[in-house]
Design a protein around this ligand. Structure first.
Ligand SMILES: Cc1cc2nc3c(=O)[nH]c(=O)nc-3n(C[C@H](O)[C@H](O)[C@H](O)COP(=O)(O)OP(=O)(O)OC[C@H]3O[C@@H](n4cnc5c(N)ncnc54)[C@H](O)[C@@H]3O)c2cc1C
Length: 372
């Protein structure tokens, strides 16, 4: 597909491709087995600029376009979808939170470490009783007397990507019956306890946890709930990029397999029903890429791209699930074994239909926009 991208960003994308093929893809099975990334990955990600893709240049980041950001997430997902998911949450949600809502003092304290991978981040909205209905957040924030800007947080968060490793978490919490806002929370304190590691069917290396906050001290980042949640529009484009990366990788592996495997004295690739599956996947990947690039370009032009980010996320995530399912079908029994990567991609793809708003919520967003 033709991709318009700034020459500097194209260079960055090439560096990312090399990193993925040499340092990510060869390790993806091991990271899944260990249900963790190695600690050394964080400074390496920092060195490559992957922990500051979306951060503005004024704040020391790369200030990359949304288009370039989505292409980077797509490339990383071809090597390891869990890593792509982490980078997506860190860049589009955590770093964007700094750009939009952090005070200069907060930026100065944390950003140099975040960019280098010394301070690892996570984004905490979801709770046991607040998933799709995010406004139901119960975590309560109460101002600490004599410490302006600081609050005590009490509550529970669940399904937080990288939560088991994070040093600093953006927490969405309630300050009154009607008002919600967000905070920076350092995890190295008594009030923060990891209750459990959540073992998921895919993206296991991403260290998803449930944690409790008991009088945990947090620093307010003045913003309204809708503003904090508004970051999900670009976030959803990142998840769409992750979905397209998964689909493209499964498709590439399937083409190779279909060309070499023979049954009934001919290649699978020469059988019409296999060709039909391949053709359907090819069209859907192309369409998902176009929706992704359209959403990202609108975002780069300054539009909120609310509908378009949901278009891209909904279609790309469902495409990733269909394409990986067909990939296993074409691999036959071998497709279900760990000898072939398609089974992992199929499991990893599921997250893209759920995280950052499940498909049903994307359909609600789209319907609301088109019925206005
Ligand atoms: C691996 C993983 C990582 C995650 N990482 C993060 C993270 O870093 N930070 C964070 O804050 N959250 C994170 N999440 C949480 C994720 O965003 C939520 O799981 C998601 O928003 C859905 O919420 P829920 O799981 O509570 O499902 P529920 O809200 O209980 O919904 C269950 C199902 O009900 C249906 N449904 C719900 N509401 C509606 C509706 N209005 N109309 C029609 N159907 C509906 C849908 O089919 C939906 O899938 C992560 C989740 C996973 C699995």
């Amino acid at each position: 597909m033709f991709l318009e991208i700034h020459p500097d960003e194209a260079q960055f994308l090439n560096t990312v491709r090399k990193f993925v093929s040499e340092e990510v893809l060869p390790n993806t099975r091991e990271w899944e087995r260990n249900a963790a990334f190695p600690d050394e990955i964080w400074p390496r990600l920092g060195e490559l600029g992957l922990l500051s893709i979306c951060l503005s240049k004024e704040n020391g980041g790369l200030g990359a376009s949304c288009n370039a950001y989505c292409q980077v997430i797509k490339e990383v997902a071809k090597g390891d979808p869990a890593l792509a998911m982490n980078l997506s949450a860190i860049n589009a949600l955590c770093l964007a939170h700094f750009d939009h809502f952090a005070t200069p003092e907060q930026c100065a304290k944390y950003l140099p470490g975040v960019i280098k991978g010394e301070i690892k981040m996570a984004w905490g909205l979801t709770e046991p009783d607040a998933g799709s209905d995010a406004r139901r957040v119960k975590t309560m924030a109460t101002p600490i007397e004599g410490r302006p800007g600081y609050y005590h947080l009490n509550g529970q968060k669940m399904f937080i990507t990288n939560g088991g490793k994070a040093d600093l978490i953006v927490i969405v919490a309630r300050v009154s019956d009607t008002e919600l806002t967000a905070f920076f929370l350092e995890t190295n304190q008594e009030g923060f306890t990891i209750e459990k590691r959540i073992n998921t069917v895919g993206v296991s290396a991403s260290n998803t946890v449930q944690f409790r906050l008991k009088n945990a001290v947090a620093w307010h980042t003045p913003c309204k709930f809708e503003e904090a949640i508004g970051l999900l529009y670009r976030g959803r484009l990142g998840i769409a990029g992750m979905a397209v990366g998964i689909a493209e990788k499964a498709f590439e592996l399937t083409l190779d397999y279909a060309k070499q495997r023979e049954q009934f004295n001919r290649r699978l690739a020469d059988m019409q029903s296999v060709q039909n599956m391949i053709a359907d996947s090819a069209v859907e990947i192309e369409a998902a890429n176009l929706l992704l690039s359209n959403g990202a370009k609108l975002y780069d032009m300054g539009f909120p791209a609310i509908k378009e980010s949901s278009f891209a996320k909904l279609y790309a995530s469902e495409t990733a699930n269909r394409v990986t399912n067909r990939a296993i079908q074409i691999h036959g029994g071998r497709g279900m074994t760990q000898e072939f990567l398609v089974e992992k991609l199929w499991r990893d793809a599921k997250l893209t239909e759920i995280g950052e708003g499940c498909s049903e919520i994307q359909r609600l967003v789209i319907a609301k926009q088109v019925l206005r």
